[in-house]
Design a protein around this ligand. Structure first.
Ligand code: SF4
Length: 436
């Protein structure tokens, strides 16, 4: 039986799409083996959100060829879409497929045909509105599934290359999302995470919207948890917050990109809100869902970001009642407006700002965890067991470890939070399993 190994760089959407590619190989009789093992075909699904992601792609190709020198290496994803020639020139690459072609791999290439250099099939993403169906489990087994409901983006944030790599915003119809959710529930998944590039924009072009989608998915029989991966602040409506607040299925967790806490920088980034509007959204969430987990993305070192702008970001974020931060160090992306902006921030300053905000992020996470001490929360246990503890997540997205003995993956247990630090909480199970 031929073998294939697959590896993903980047976001959960990419992970879901790698699973869709794996299914194509399985249908053709391939056996999926771990990345790093000997394989007839190696698939690398790339990301291009930062310059580092491009470098990782090169490293992975070399690593896969070390493990399996005769493997046919297929590179796809955002980096492959934007820089096909660059990718094809990397020694060892057998084929390059674009963002659309990865959903119909065998229509475009034959891994047995290795003559004549790399096969390159990359079409113009701006011309298509097709939707590649995708869903996946996370690495920790059959607990959380990532369901792709939306792809592409019509916003034009000045730093972002994703619309170039993935095209305009488009969505999967509600009925199709519901059918896939039903199938995932029947396979035993307890949590479904709705993923996309700009999930809050779901359905806009089809007279549907995220609120309607959430209401339909909430009533899928047997669904235990539904999570929104991320939502732009300008698209997080009162109605969505109210629905989450009153729902037994929708997780009390929002991930809301901020990017900067300075209004001049936000304008230069072409974001669609200012700090006042952002703070208003957070206040509304806290008002309706006091213990909600709230995650925030911030970019540091954007062109023109002075010490004053940066310190505005630090104090704005410090005063926000949020739970954790994801910090990104700005890197120039080809063909984006920001890459041409004056006053680039020196690399060492970017890294210093990143370190400072990461410390603030640890402080925020620790404070959120400490505030939950003594609370009893359902935890969906995953496969990870370390130092005698099995880990899982609450609906607020707090990582909690409980004594592993007698526990099982993919069960939901009521857990009293009894310890906390800036990484995770510890707890003890206080009632029999409520599900599983
Ligand atoms: S909203 Fe902005 S940052 Fe997010 S994918 Fe769209 S263009 Fe990129």
């Amino acid at each position: 039986m031929p073998t294939v190994s697959l590896h993903t760089l980047g976001c959960k959407l990419n992970h879901a799409e790698t699973s869709a590619m794996a299914r194509q190989f399985i249908e053709r009789g391939y056996d999926v083996v771990e990345f790093g093992a000997r394989a007839d075909v190696t698939v690398i699904n790339t990301c291009t959100v930062t310059g580092r992601a491009d470098r990782e792609c090169r490293q992975l190709i070399r690593r896969s060829l070390r493990a399996s020198s005769d493997s046919f290496v297929l590179v796809t994803g955002c980096y492959a879409q934007l820089e096909p020639e660059q990718v094809a020139s990397i020694e060892g690459v057998g084929a390059v497929l674009g963002s659309r072609e990865k959903f119909s791999i065998f229509d475009h290439l034959n891994p047995d045909n290795r003559s004549g250099g790399p096969q390159v099939h990359v079409s113009d993403i701006s011309k298509g509105d097709d939707f590649g169906v995708a869903y996946s489990s996370d690495e920790n087994g059959r607990t959380r599934a990532f369901l792709k409901v939306q792809d592409g983006c019509d916003y034009n944030c000045s730093f972002c290359t994703i619309p170039l790599a993935r095209g305009g915003s488009r969505s999967q119809p509600i009925d199709a999302c519901v059918r896939q959710a039903e199938m995932l529930v029947s396979q035993g998944y307890k949590e479904i995470v709705l993923t996309g590039v700009n999930v809050g924009d779901y359905g806009r072009k089809d007279s549907e919207n995220l609120l309607k989608l959430l209401m339909r998915l909430e009533s899928v029989a047997g669904i235990e948890r539904l999570r929104i991966s991320s939502i732009e602040p300008n698209l997080l409506t009162d109605a969505i917050i109210d629905l989450v607040a009153d729902s037994k299925v929708l997780c009390n967790h929002f991930h809301i990109p901020l990017q900067s806490g300075d209004d001049r920088i936000l304008r230069s980034m072409r974001r669609r809100y200012d700090t006042r509007a952002y703070a208003g959204r957070i206040a509304r969430v806290r008002d309706r869902i006091p213990n909600c987990g709230i995650g925030v993305d911030v970019i540091v070192g954007f062109p023109g970001e002075t010490e004053e702008h940066f310190s505005n970001t630090v104090s704005f974020v410090d005063n926000l009642p949020v739970s954790y931060l994801h910090i990104f160090t700005y890197s120039e992306r080809p063909n984006t407006p920001a890459a041409q902006y004056d006053q680039p921030v020196r690399p060492e300053r970017r890294f210093a700002r990143s370190r400072a905000l990461r410390m603030l992020g640890r402080k925020k996470r620790n404070a959120f965890h400490q505030s939950r001490m003594g609370a009893v929360r359902p935890v969906l246990l995953e496969g990870e067991v370390r130092d005698g503890l099995r880990f899982g997540f609450t609906e607020e997205y707090i990582r909690v470890g409980v004594p592993a003995e007698g526990t099982e993956e993919n069960t939901i247990v009521n857990t009293m939070i009894s310890g906390a630090d800036d990484e995770a909480c510890r707890g003890r199970i206080v009632t029999p399993e409520v599900a599983g």
